[in-house]
Design a protein around this ligand. Structure first.
Ligand SMILES: C[S@@+](CC[C@H](N)C(=O)[O-])C[C@H]1O[C@@H](n2cnc3c(N)ncnc32)[C@H](O)[C@@H]1O
Length: 325
């Protein structure tokens, strides 16, 4: 007989129990990461389903983009691994590109509001919008300022190491599209031997940040900036031996670069390599395209936000772990 003070759990239907069981069976550990991640199920529509689930769960449009960074500031200050990091940004690359694009095209203002003026206004508003869209997909420009997903990944690494779910001490790490270099610097502070890579014209700022943030620190790991253009043959130092970890934040943002990015991920990964990619939820079609292609060669799992650093979670960011099939 049930006492009135006892809490009786509501009876679950067979369907609910099956659903829960299915969900549990999707939780797995992948590679060198000790936390359980939700597998992106393999199947014809799995990438599209993942997008629906993700957008439904996180509703990225409802929260502020770039909550942890200010892209108009010259520095991003962040405490990590017992150090105060100051990551130099180059917002002028964004502004200069924008202003020069407008300057060379703007006509003198018309004296009165006429149809021509309205047409010109419409033309310039459309032009500004196009420039902003180009800026968002121009790799050389975007690597000069930080994005939230970089902060989230850097703090996740620190948290996962502190929680005993990840070991970076003495491990070889290659970071792709390092940009300003925060993630690679944090991995170095966590004891890894890190190669921070990017396009050739991004390396100056990257080297400055490595120098400024790691020069005076008694390092357990090491950091070296290297050129790596996705799809190109990597420097032998990057692949011999293959890294334990490959890291990337906000590197999935252009459909045109997905094939080359995956080619590089394949070149850099072996059976012992674990890949962590954090991305911004701004374009579902690019992410879906990436996942669809990635699942041919990699097992992909999503790291739930409960495993991220509690102070650095964002509805606009997603994180995946990948290992070779
Ligand atoms: C949006 S930024 C992200 C930078 C940094 N990871 C962060 O989170 O702040 C994308 C980075 O990928 C790099 N990138 C884009 N296309 C690339 C390519 N084809 N080869 C190598 N790096 C590329 C850019 O130079 C840039 O640094």
């Amino acid at each position: 007989m049930v006492q009135s003070s006892e809490i009786v759990p509501p009876k679950r239907t067979k369907e609910e129990m099956e659903e829960e069981g299915d969900e549990m069976s999707l939780m797995k550990k992948l590679g060198l990461y000790g936390g359980e991640v939700r597998l992106v199920d393999e199947g014809e529509d799995s990438a599209a389903e993942e997008m629906m689930l993700l957008w439904g769960l996180q509703q990225p449009a409802l929260s502020k983009p770039n909550a942890f960074v200010s892209q108009s500031s010259l520095h991003l200050s962040l405490d990590a691994c017992g150090h105060s990091l100051s990551i130099l940004q180059s917002p002028s690359s964004l502004v200069a590109f924008f202003i020069s694009s407008l300057n060379c095209l703007s006509p003198p203002p018309p004296p009165t509001v006429s149809l021509t003026f309205l047409l010109l206004l419409f033309f310039f508003l459309s032009l500004s919008l196009s420039i902003i869209l180009v800026l968002q997909s121009t790799p050389g420009v975007t690597g000069s300022v930080m994005w939230d997903s970089g902060v989230v990944l850097a703090k996740f690494l620190e948290h996962a190491v502190d929680s005993g779910l990840l070991l970076l001490q003495g491990k070889k790490v290659v970071e792709l599209g390092s940009g300003c270099g925060l993630v690679g610097c944090v991995a170095t502070l966590l004891g890894a031997k890190v190669f921070l890579t990017d396009l050739p014209d991004r390396l100056r700022l990257l080297k400055k940040n490595i120098e400024a943030n790691l020069r005076h620190v008694d390092l357990r790991g090491s950091a070296l900036a290297k050129e790596l253009t996705w799809g190109d043959v990597p420097d032998p130092e990057l692949v011999q031996p293959l890294p334990h970890y490959v890291l990337g934040s906000d590197v999935i943002y252009s459909e045109g670069a997905v094939v080359e990015l995956l080619e590089t991920l394949q070149q850099l990964s072996g059976s012992e390599t674990t890949i962590f990619l954090a991305g911004e939820l701004r374009n579902d079609s690019v992410l879906e395209y990436f996942l669809e292609a990635a699942m041919k060669d990699f097992v992909v799992g999503r790291v739930g936000q409960k495993q991220w650093h509690p102070d650095y979670c964002s509805r606009r960011v997603v994180m995946y772990v990948m290992v070779r099939k």
